[in-house]
Write a protein that binds this ligand. Structure first.
Ligand SMILES: Cc1cc2nc3c(=O)[nH]c(=O)nc-3n(C[C@H](O)[C@H](O)[C@H](O)COP(=O)(O)OP(=O)(O)OC[C@H]3O[C@@H](n4cnc5c(N)ncnc54)[C@H](O)[C@@H]3O)c2cc1C
Length: 570
């Protein structure tokens, strides 16, 4: 097995030095696009092609259902290399989602990104990569591709010196094992048996039905919410295996997007301490939401005075947020969280009933909080239990996610990378992909290198992942906390926002307090640097003081842990 760091850049080792080395980027959603942009900038001597099987370049999130609102803000989700949005809060903190990507806005952003950097000429749409295979003798990759424009196009085989896989985590919806339910589309009703709806594009056609949605992720909650709209007249249940973490898009503190309150000072506290405090803080924030609002009022007045019905609904909403949070127990910060303010509205309005997991068949469910079972007899069951990538199918199971250091660089093949397979517990996917793309491309160009003891580092990282995220399917996703993870990548890339790179202690301090974004790594760019020096600080001074007071406790805790680890190793 070869060691990454001791090898010359991949391009310089092409079998025929006269030929330009070739890079294949597989998939052209946000990950593929940002990888392509970086590759074209940094690898001028390479032939680069990006294959996309659909006829669009906006990936799975580019064209969502009408009324869609993203979970992360425009400001924090935009690529650091293409900033169009600033951190001014334009929403009213109650009902306005202008700070988030709504409907097809994210797709438009990606289109404008591709145009701004003239990426279209390197993208082959409607070309599916069927198989990726490693050729041991030449250390190259063989790709079998098929043009989908006509049904008669033959399969092509091409050789590439490097491959970056950007096919996304949401290639295929996971299905539930059959248990007394029939797969069918909703147009052939059978009142005796629950029917499993696999094609979720049909969600918006369902009316006058009893529906159970299974799952607690963003998709499940979104499906339940759409099904429960009053005009659809459905009876909707959401079946949860455990509690879920429900975060509002707009926080009760000053009504600013929750993203804007997370800063590097907060993230500098050890995760164990931070999560312990965070769990208590979340519960207090829900329980005493009125007090929070009084102490930290929104900058703009909410549109209307709340009526009695609204107050009652708010109370119910908080009750459910607390029950779901409590049921998540200690895992609150080690699980993906929902930005589901609208879903909680539907629960409070009795349009969605929360139930426990299915007991034996899809007609019997546990009550959410007790061990009792209840019969429901749904007409339709919608499984929304997550997605699967197509990594195994694409590589005939030759390539496993678990072999990629930091979910990005293959521990053995120095010319194979994944971009977009890290799933943030908190944060957003596109800007994490941008950091991974930067790393992959810089490794290919030889501008940076991986640690000399890569295998050992990878094993240690795997153990840490298992300890922290043991309950998640680590074979399918690489869960991360966005900024701490990006910090690790940035140290490899060489763009960690140190005091030196920030230019002054004052600028560095600003970076610690402003909303955390991956733009903090782009400090070589003068415009970004001056923009960051004016970045707004949304965290109230009281919290800044409390966090600063916590720092000595944090240092002591870290020292004790370090000493205990050393003793255990000895
Ligand atoms: C409705 C919706 C809303 C979302 N909202 C958010 C949000 O607010 N914040 C957030 O961070 N994340 C959000 N996500 C998650 C989203 O998956 C990621 O943010 C991001 O879009 C993933 O980009 P990607 O390029 O990695 O994958 P994708 O967008 O899935 O792109 C992968 C591309 O690869 C192509 N492809 C796959 N297989 C092949 C093949 N064999 N050959 C050729 N091409 C292939 C696909 O056609 C696709 O275009 C949302 C997802 C959805 C569906």
């Amino acid at each position: 097995m070869s060691d990454h760091s001791s090898l010359a850049p991949v391009g310089s080792q092409s079998a025929n030095p006269k030929l330009r080395p070739r890079l294949a980027i597989v998939g052209c959603g946000s990950s593929g696009l940002v990888t392509l942009k970086n590759a074209r900038d940094q690898l001028p001597d390479w032939d680069i092609v990006c294959f996309e099987k659909s006829d669009r370049i906006t990936g799975c999130w580019g064209n969502p259902s009408p009324g869609f609102v993203s979970t992360s803000t425009k400001y924090t989700t935009q690529f650091a290399c293409y900033p169009l949005f600033d951190d001014g809060v334009s929403g009213d903190g109650v009902s306005d989602y202008r700070d988030f990507f709504c409907d097809g806005e994210y797709g438009e952003y990606l289109e404008s990104f591709a145009t701004a950097f003239s990426l279209h000429s390197s993208i082959q749409c409607q070309t599916q990569v069927d198989q990726i295979h490693y050729i041991e003798s030449s250390q190259e990759w063989q790709l079998k591709t098929r043009c989908l424009k006509t049904t008669t196009s033959p399969q092509r085989t091409d050789i590439f010196q490097a491959v970056i896989i950007c096919t996304g985590l949401a290639a295929r919806a996971r299905t539930i094992p059959p248990s007394g339910a029939q797969p069918a589309d909703h147009t052939s009703p059978n009142p005796q048996t629950a029917r499993v709806l696999h094609d979720t594009r049909q969600i918006d056609q369902i009316q006058n039905q009893t529906v159970v949605v299974i799952g607690g992720g963003e998709s499940a909650v979104d499906f339940a919410d759409r099904l429960s709209r009053p005009e659809r007249n459905n009876r909707v249940y959401l079946s949860l295996k455990s509690g879920i973490r429900v975060s509002p898009r707009y926080h009760t503190i000053h009504g600013v997007p929750s993203d804007f309150l997370r800063n590097r000072l907060m993230l500098s506290i050890h995760p164990n301490l931070r999560n312990w405090i965070g769990e208590r803080f979340v519960k207090a924030r829900i329980r005493y939401s009125d007090t929070f609002r009084r102490w930290f009022p929104t900058r703009t007045e909410p549109p209307d005075q709340a009526s009695d019905t609204q107050t009652d609904r708010e109370r119910k909403k908080n009750e459910w947020a607390l029950r779901l949070t409590r049921a998540a127990k200690d895992d609150l910060f080690n699980m993906f969280h929902n930005k589901s303010d609208r879903f909680l509205d539907s629960v409070a309005g009795d349009r969605i009933s929360i139930i426990g997991p299915s007991a034996d068949s899809l007609n019997t469910y546990f009550d959410f909080e007790s061990e009792r079972t209840r019969e429901i007899h749904p007409d339709i069951v919608v499984p929304a239990i997550g997605y699967e990538s197509c990594l195994h199918a694409l590589t005939d199971s030759e390539i496993q996610l678990s072999d990629f250091y930091l979910g990005c660089c293959h521990r053995r093949f120095r010319n194979l990378f994944l971009v977009g397979f890290a799933r943030p517990i908190i944060g957003n996917v596109p800007t994490i992909s941008e950091m991974q793309a930067k790393l992959a491309v810089k490794l290919l160009s030889g501008a940076c290198s991986l640690p000399a003891d890569l295998s050992r580092q990878h094993d240690r990282d795997t153990t840490d992942q298992q300890t922290r995220f043991g309950k998640l399917n680590l074979a399918a996703i690489y869960p991360v906390e966005m900024i701490p993870y990006c910090d690790r990548l940035s140290r490899l890339i060489g763009d960690y926002p140190s005091i030196k790179r920030c230019g002054s202690i004052w600028a560095w301090f600003r970076v610690q307090l402003a909303a955390s974004t991956t733009m903090h790594y782009e400090l070589d760019d003068r415009t970004t640097r001056s923009r960051l020096s004016q970045a707004k600080v949304f965290m109230p001074p009281l919290f800044i003081v409390l966090l600063l007071m916590l720092k000595p406790v944090d240092w002591t805790y870290r020292l004790l842990r370090w000493r205990r680890k050393r003793t255990t190793r000895a």
